[in-house]
Design a protein around this ligand. Structure first.
Ligand SMILES: NC(=O)c1ccc[n+]([C@@H]2O[C@H](COP(=O)([O-])OP(=O)(O)OC[C@H]3O[C@@H](n4cnc5c(N)ncnc54)[C@H](O)[C@@H]3O)[C@@H](O)[C@H]2O)c1
Length: 394
C-alpha cells in the first residue's frame, strides 16, 4: 500500500528570477523545510490549509535567471541569511535546476518555446507535482496602456527590450496550464492574458507583494477608518540597500510600485488624503541606501484629526527584512494558486488582496478586515469545491 507521502502530490515552484534576493531566500526556505520545518512553518499562513496538496514541506523548486552565478554564490552574495542557516542545505540547494533566461532579443514566441521546453523538463523530473509559476523578476517600466495588446498573438510577435520580459514567463506558464503568482509590481495581467488564463483554467494571483510598510499601512488605515479618525496626511519613507532598491532608483521602474503604494490609502479611507489642501498629502519615498542590504527600514508619520478637528499624530518605524518577509508569502501564494486551480478557479483572483498592494481583478477588498474575510470565504469555497469534486469522483 502507498504511504501517504508517496500519494501526496508535491508543489513545484517554477521561479522567474530564482537567483534574486527573494528567489534565493525561497530556495533556502524550501530546502530548510525538509530538515527543520519548525524554522519556517510557523511563518506561513497556509501551513495548516489545503492539505489535499500534500504536507506543507512537500515542495520542490526550479527556475530561471539571467545571472551566471551558482545558486550558492547568489545566496552568499545577497547576504539575506547568515551562512549557518543555509550551509547545512548546500547539497540540496546545489541540485536545484536554474535554467538560463531566454534571450530577450528573440521574439516572444521563441522565448515562450524555450520556456515551455524547460517546463517540460521540470515536469518530467517531478511528474506528480503541481507546478506554479512565481514571478520574481525586477520591477520594470509600467505599461501605462495595458489594453494595447488585445491578443496573445500580438504579444508573441514582439521582441527586444520594448516588451516586459515577465510576459514570456506568464504566457508560457498559462499556455502549459500552470497558475501564476505575480509578486512584482509589473503589469502582466493584460486583458488578453487574463482571457487566456480563463480559457486554460488557470488562476492568476497578483500583483506586487504587500510585505512590510504597505501591509502595516493597510492595517493602520483600516483601524483609523473604523474609529472615525480622519487622516490628514501620511508621509512614508523607505530605505533599502538590495538590488530591488537600486533598481527602484530608476523613476520608470519605480512608477508602478509607487502608484501601488499610494493609491490604496485613498481607497481604504474613501477620500483623498490631503483634500483640505487641494493636493495629495500622502507621500511615499523609496531611497537606495547600500549599507542596509536587505534590512529595509521604513518610517511613517501619520497626521490624524479627532472630533473638533483636534490634531494628533502617530509614528511607525519598521526595521524589516525584505526577503525574509517576502519568501514565505511567495510560498503561501503558490499554495493558494495550486489549491485554487485544483478547485476549478481560473483568471485573476481579487480575493487574494490580503497579499498584494494592487490586487488584480475587479471588486478586490481594500480594508484589512474585508481582505481577511475575503480570504476566509475563498478558503471555504476551495474546500467545498474540492469536497464536491472528490465525492463526485467516487
Ligand atoms: N522584497 C519585497 O519585500 C518585495 C515586495 C513586493 C514586491 N517585490 C518585488 O519582487 C521582485 C523580486 O525582488 P528581489 O528583491 O528578489 O529582486 P532581485 O533584483 O534581487 O532579483 C531579481 C532576479 O531576476 C533576475 N532576472 C532579471 N531579468 C531576468 C530575466 N529576464 N529572466 C530571468 N531572470 C531575470 C536577476 O538576475 C535577479 O537574480 C521585484 O520586482 C520586487 O519589486 C519585492
Amino acid at each position: 500500500m502507498d504511504r501517504p507521502s508517496d500519494r501526496t502530490p508535491q508543489l513545484l515552484l517554477l521561479v522567474a528570477g530564482a537567483k534574486g534576493a527573494i528567489g534565493t531566500t525561497l530556495a533556502a526556505t524550501v530546502a530548510a523545510m525538509q530538515k527543520t520545518p519548525q524554522l519556517v512553518l510557523p511563518g506561513l499562513t497556509t501551513a495548516d490549509k489545503f492539505l489535499f496538496l500534500g504536507e506543507c514541506p512537500s515542495v520542490a523548486m526550479a527556475g530561471w535567471d539571467k545571472s551566471d552565478d551558482e545558486i550558492i554564490g547568489a545566496i552568499a552574495r545577497h547576504g539575506v541569511l547568515p551562512e549557518e542557516m543555509w550551509r547545512p542545505h548546500e547539497s540540496r540547494l546545489a541540485r536545484l535546476s536554474v535554467f538560463n533566461a531566454p534571450d530577450a532579443t528573440c521574439t516572444m514566441a521563441e522565448q515562450v518555446k524555450q520556456l515551455r521546453a524547460d517546463i517540460r523538463q521540470c515536469r518530467k523530473r517531478h511528474p506528480d507535482a503541481r507546478p506554479v509559476m512565481v514571478n520574481l523578476l525586477p520591477a520594470a517600466y509600467d505599461i501605462s496602456d495595458p489594453a494595447r495588446y488585445t491578443t496573445v498573438d500580438q504579444l508573441l510577435s514582439k521582441a527586444g527590450t520594448g516588451i516586459l520580459p515577465d510576459l514570456a514567463y506568464v504566457v508560457a506558464a498559462i499556455g502549459a496550464g500552470i497558475p501564476v503568482v505575480n509578486f512584482t509590481p509589473n503589469t502582466v495581467e493584460l486583458p488578453a492574458i487574463c482571457d487566456l488564463a480563463v480559457a486554460k483554467g488557470v488562476p492568476i494571483a497578483g500583483r506586487d507583494g504587500k510585505t512590510g510598510q504597505t501591509y502595516f499601512k493597510v492595517v493602520l488605515a483600516s483601524a483609523l477608518k473604523a474609529r472615525g479618525l480622519y487622516v490628514d496626511g501620511w508621509y512614508s519613507l523607505n530605505i533599502l540597500g538590495n538590488a530591488d532598491g537600486l533598481n527602484l532608483m530608476d523613476p520608470d521602474h519605480a512608477r508602478g510600485k509607487l502608484n501601488n503604494k499610494t493609491h490604496l490609502l485613498d481607497d481604504i479611507l474613501g477620500y483623498p488624503v490631503g483634500e483640505r489642501y487641494g493636493r495629495s498629502a500622502h507621500k511615499v519615498h523609496i531611497d537606495y541606501h547600500p549599507p542596509r542590504g536587505d534590512a529595509k527600514e521604513a518610517w511613517d508619520v501619520i497626521d490624524i484629526r479627532g472630533i473638533f478637528g483636534m490634531p494628533m499624530s502617530l509614528r511607525l518605524n519598521l526595521q524589516g527584512r525584505d526577503s525574509i518577509l517576502a519568501a514565505p508569502m511567495a510560498l503561501d501564494l503558490a499554495r493558494w494558486a495550486a489549491a485554487l486551480q485544483a478547485a476549478g478557479f481560473a483568471g485573476p483572483v481579487p480575493d487574494l488582496g490580503f497579499y498584494f498592494k494592487k490586487p488584480v481583478g475587479s471588486d478586490a477588498p481594500v480594508t484589512f478586515e474585508n481582505q481577511l474575510a475575503a480570504l476566509d470565504r475563498l478558503e471555504s469555497r476551495i474546500e467545498s469545491r474540492i469536497h464536491e469534486r472528490s465525492h463526485g469522483n467516487r
